[in-house]
Design a protein around this ligand. Structure first.
Ligand SMILES: *Cc1c(COP(=O)(O)O)cnc(C)c1O
Length: 368
């Protein structure tokens, strides 16, 4: 929809200066460890073509994506970056990785054998990361497999050994220290190879958790690294237009399912966006269960009723009569509404709010 700017009238503003500041803040915090940037899923929904170069300009040199397609896209805008593909090596993906000079993060013995075979067939000793599982049970070699690999040699160049924390956003979770200890044992089998453990939350656990390279994602984009703590600078602002202001009577219901009944004479502003724009249906309200807020004319106003596909209703009764009119903008993210606050209304996390941000918004990049 980018060829139809403003089709919904909604505007998503992405502050690249704040993004760069957040990276510098984290880089300073983890020094002398290096700080990479995780830009998977289109830079958490914000647009990797703009976020990638902004992070590079701030000083990031190593980037992590999830998919080989994401690596190819990133390579187009960052010719010199080191790019790792967290999803690893799929059968037949070697050529594509090579073409965009990306390094797979190898997370199983099968992938490691495939990469060694691929390197042998090319007669090239290509770099790759080794992923060690220390408690997530998602991707990665066991500690013992990693130790054995380190001793016998891989048949290619391990350029990074890494693991991923499962519970770093829960302060004091016992698994975190256990993962660190397991990872230290695995990494010791790869002397001279850079080690990486910390995601955003890990950056806040202190130097014992930083190793050589940290891998923050969410904190760069204005999400809270640790649940319940203040995030770095907010990066996104979302404004959507009011397309109608209407009157409702006590006893009337609003929206699908008649889920919320009005208790008073009400004025309802109808916003031109909904769950098709990634504004989750779970953010809506019903009787006895408040939903998210929108800021209109500088004041917080509660959602009323369910979120529809393209429309969302807000109770503006408490605003002065002339404070809101058709064509005005309502702030959904920004002016103090953080991604984590919005996420909490839907029983989800900031990551999901960001990666769900709609494709129909007109995207404005500032500070780049
Ligand atoms: C997504 C991801 C990160 C970044 O995590 P945040 O919590 O967003 O900082 C780091 N490492 C791996 C392996 C990941 O998948």
């Amino acid at each position: 929809m980018t060829d139809l700017p403003g089709a919904t009238g909604a505007v998503l503003t992405i502050d690249l200066a704040a993004l760069a500041d957040n990276w510098r803040t984290l880089a300073a915090r983890v020094a002398p460890a290096q700080c990479a940037a995780v830009v998977k899923a289109n830079a958490y929904g914000l647009g990797v073509e703009r976020a990638g170069p902004a992070l590079w300009a701030a000083g990031a040199r190593t980037f992590f994506v999830a998919l080989v397609e994401e690596a190819a896209r990133l390579r187009e805008v960052l010719p010199e970056a080191v790019i790792y593909v967290l999803g690893g090596l799929l059968p037949g993906n070697g050529e594509v990785l090579l073409a965009c000079d990306a390094r797979p993060v190898l997370g199983s013995r099968a992938e490691i054998e495939d990469w060694a075979d691929f390197c042998a067939a090319r007669g090239a000793d290509l770099p790759a990361a080794i992923h060690v599982d220390t408690g997530m049970n998602r991707l990665g070699l066991t500690v013992e497999e990693a130790q054995a690999l380190g001793q016998r040699g891989a048949g290619f160049t391990p350029s990074l050994v890494m693991t991923h924390l499962a519970c770093a956003d829960t302060p004091g979770h016992p698994l975190t220290a256990l993962q660190r200890e397991r990872f230290s044992r695995a990494a010791a089998a790869f002397p001279g190879v850079a080690a990486s453990l910390a995601n955003s939350a890990g950056c806040f656990l202190g130097p014992d958790y930083h190793f050589d390279l940290t891998r923050p994602g969410i904190a760069l984009y204005g999400g809270a690294a640790v649940a319940g703590t203040a995030p770095l600078k907010p990066v996104v602002r979302l404004e959507v237009p009011v397309i109608q202001v209407r009157h409702g009577l006590p006893g009337d219901t609003v929206g699908y399912g008649a889920a919320q009944r009005l208790g008073r004479d009400s004025r309802i502003a109808i916003l031109s966006f909904g769950y098709a724009d990634g504004f989750l249906r779970a953010f809506g309200a019903s009787d006895g269960l408040p939903g998210a807020d929108a800021i209109i004319a500088g004041r917080r106003c509660p959602l009323v009723g369910r979120v529809s596909m393209d429309l969302t209703a807000v109770d503006v009764t408490d605003l002065p009569e002339d404070a809101v009119a058709r064509g005005d903008m309502a702030v959904i993210l920004g002016e103090g509404i953080l991604v984590d606050e919005l996420a909490a209304h839907g029983g989800t996390i900031g990551y999901e709010v960001l990666t769900s941000l709609g494709r129909r918004y007109r995207r404005v990049y500032k500070g780049g």
